[in-house]
Write a protein that binds this ligand. Structure first.
Ligand code: CA
Length: 720
């Protein structure tokens, strides 16, 4: 995690430092592009902002031009009823306005648009408001997160969005706070800590507001935490209720009766590591049933044998749980991966919809979690209606509809066999947080999926270690995979899935695995951005590409659409980053090697604005010092790098340019400066924490020797 290791350092390498520092947080606010039309209303003259009420959110379908909550409506269908932009005229789509952002990390947020104002969060949990008409910046808020907290973030310092309610804007921060802002001014109204600050929790997900309570989860199951979701009073920030997704130490007593039941599915002393089960992304709500649905994450550690002595289903890991939103009490659950051991989160988006199944209208929830199966459940009871794999999966053959349980491939249980298991998917799964969209018109779900070969190995021993991914899983077998074969089998695609027939209707192959979420519209279109920088519009019925525009950077976020003054707009956050870019290594290079140009892009028909000339991905030369270290030194440095550094700087020291590619680092030439960063914490404020608590000087130099060795291996090809 040698984050931004070129910043703030030797004059001698000032040019390189500038390049590297531009990877993050330039000090000045990015200016909005010239306005296509001036915004008539000055901020002071505006009506109270974000006047979103329970009535408006519950009846969001009656305001098709607004986008008032994360998935547009409580159902999280991410469907826009706007139909002005169609297959016949989408070729007229052009840039109406854009705003440069002041961070250079992954942008994952879905903007909200309420009463003419766009509210959006960016990397480092910042919040910005813009005139939706002109792009004029209205205010900007920085929670001033301690950069060192980035060491706890498995998958980049991202943020997926804000919530609005009765004049307030809510954001969760990467360091675990929930903050309320005045929607008109961006002034902070309250700021509460939602986590135990001695544990490596992070927040990347968007809050939701139900009946005056702000709901927020957290992440950290890769690092050793216990998952939960909390509800706070929107006016005061006072904690209303908290639902833990895994039981704690039985000796302390259980928070509620259902956790006592859940504890029967655990063995050993899971609570010492936390158990996992973080609620880091999906929440949806059904106002008719008055049920809140949360998606629960993977176990901590991943390895079921180390986590729970290889016994039990480990509720409520990898589950959808339905709760009463008033008090957080349990109603039902469905667990998609019992005894999970592969990072099979079920935090993926939960869509509430009506489907015609066997001649009846069924009110359902739908989810496509990491494990590669598409689930349709009864929304009131959690009864499994159907489940089918939406891509090739290796860990299970099918879901037994009688028992509701997966039929596993015994070889997949690396945690029990101790033998390596070659999966069709890495820990990003077959689908992760990249949003899917359901069109009630086509009755199809538009689902961004991905995969790459990956070996899960049974670790021989497990110990809790600070500042590292804490998984009990051995990744070293992946080094033996043929990189060309891995690339050939790495895919990313958008599929149209019929959730009634449980079958694929069409697919569009993308250049690489990490692409954006989907937006279906009543204009018969599906919008999606790609990791290779194309923002595209497809025919919702056939998948034929009808329009595309290059965003100059990879897109991983989902688009949204709104209407103002009788005109339909489509907006999307652009800016490569996130888990694929951080740890992807070679497999991620498929079409992903673009600079991070973080922007909010807004399109309309007849838009004529052009982006400034693109910057190219300039990388420092790969000119390492000669590799002279003894094999014994490399044998010390390599596992340290993969444990502490690889999750940000790339497995095998193959970065993609989001954070410094350490093979190109000038610190390879300067042992003392290298130690000042890694041990001394010289760049801590920028996110590169000191690793002094887990590494001594000698070990840090062994890591440097390993990087030098790797750079010498790769330099000949890099200089061609
Ligand atoms: Ca995970």
């Amino acid at each position: 995690m040698f984050v931004r290791s070129l910043c703030q350092t030797s004059v001698l390498l000032a040019t390189l430092a500038l390049q590297a520092c531009s990877n993050d947080t330039p000090p000045t606010e990015g200016a909005a592009a010239p306005a296509a039309g001036a915004d008539a209303a000055a901020p002071a003259a505006r009506a109270p902002g974000a006047a979103v009420t329970a009535e408006r959110l519950t009846n969001a379908e009656s305001e098709p031009g607004e986008w008032m909550s994360h998935g547009r409506t409580y159902s999280e269908q991410r469907f826009s009823p706007l139909d002005q932009i169609t297959a016949a005229n989408v070729n007229q789509l052009g840039l109406a306005w854009y705003a440069d952002l002041d961070t250079r990390r992954g942008q994952e947020a879905t903007p909200l648009m309420v009463d003419g104002v766009i509210y959006v969060s960016t990397a480092w949990s910042k919040v910005k408001a813009f005139s939706a008409r002109s792009g004029e910046p209205l205010w900007s808020y920085d929670p001033e997160v301690d950069g060192q907290w980035a060491v706890n973030a498995c998958c980049d310092v991202v943020n997926r969005g804000v919530a609005v309610w009765e004049g307030k804007v809510f954001v969760g921060t990467i360091d675990g706070r929930l903050i309320a802002l005045d929607a008109n001014s961006g002034q902070e109204l309250w700021d509460v800590n939602t986590i135990d600050k001695t544990k490596p929790y992070t927040i990347t997900g968007a809050p939701r507001v139900i009946k005056g309570k702000v709901l927020i989860g957290n992440g950290g199951a890769e690092m050793g935490v216990r998952g939960y979701v909390s509800a706070y009073d929107a006016n005061t920030g006072e904690l209303s209720w908290r639902f833990y997704t895994v039981p704690g130490n039985p000796a302390d007593g259980f928070e509620n009766p259902i956790l006592e039941k859940a504890a029967e599915t655990w063995s050993g002393e899971w609570w010492k590591i936390g158990g996992g089960g973080t609620v880091w992304d999906s929440m949806s709500y059904d106002p008719g049933l008055d049920l809140l649905y949360i998606g629960v994450g993977n176990g901590s550690p991943w390895n079921h044998t180390f986590r729970s002595e290889g016994k039990g289903d480990n509720l409520f890991l990898s589950s959808i749980v339905a709760l009463d939103p008033d008090d957080g009490s349990y109603v039902w659950h469905y667990q998609s991966t019992p005894g999970e051991t592969w990072d099979h989160t079920a935090t993926q988006q939960i869509i509430v919809a009506d489907l015609d199944i066997d001649g009846m209208t069924r009110h359902v929830v739908m989810q496509a979690p990491k494990n590669g199966f598409f689930y349709v459940l009864d929304a009131a009871t959690g009864e499994l209606i159907s489940a089918k794999n939406f891509t090739d999966v290796a860990w299970a053959t099918h879901i037994d509809l009688e028992t509701g349980r997966p039929v596993e491939n015994p070889a997949a249980r690396y945690d029990r066999t101790g033998q390596p298991f070659l999966s069709t998917h890495n820990p990003n799964g077959a689908h992760t947080w990249h949003s899917m969209s359901f069109s009630p018109l086509t009755k199809l779900v538009y689902l961004p999926i991905h995969g790459t070969p990956f070996i899960y190995g049974g670790a021989k021993e497990y110990s809790t270690t600070a500042m590292a991914t804490n998984l009990g899983t051995d990744f070293s077998g992946n080094a033996a995979l043929d990189p060309q074969e891995v690339l050939a089998k790495t895919y990313g695609r958008l599929i149209a899935w019929d959730p009634v027939k449980q079958e694929e209707v069409w697919r569009v192959e993308r250049a690489g695995p990490a692409n954006g979420g989907a937006l279906a519209t009543a204009g018969g279109l599906v919008f999606q951005g790609t990791g290779s920088g194309q923002f595209t519009a497809l025919d919702a019925t056939t998948g034929a590409e009808l329009w595309s525009s290059h965003a100059q950077t990879g897109i991983i976020a989902a688009p949204m659409s709104y209407m103002l003054d009788g005109e339909q707009y489509v907006a999307i956050m652009a800016g490569t980053g996130g888990s694929w870019a951080m740890i992807g290594g070679d497999s991620n290079m498929k079409g992903m090697a673009l600079p991070n140009e973080s922007r909010l892009l807004v399109y309309k028909r007849g838009g004529t604005l052009q982006l400034p000339a693109p910057t190219s991905l300039v990388r420092p030369p790969m000119t390492p010092p000669p590799h002279t270290a003894a094999d014994g030194t490399i044998a010390v440095g390599a596992p340290l790098f993969e444990t502490y550094c690889g999750s940000c700087h790339g497995a095998g020291v193959v970065g993609v340019g989001l954070l410094p590619d350490l093979r190109r680092s000038p610190y390879l030439h300067d042992a003392e400066a290298f130690s000042q960063v890694v041990i001394g914490g010289a760049l801590a404020p920028n996110g590169m924490a000191s690793f002094a608590s887990v590494m001594n000087q000698e070990q840090a130099q062994a890591v440097r020797a390993y990087i030098i060795m790797r750079a010498n291996q790769d330099a000949p090809a890099a200089q061609q």
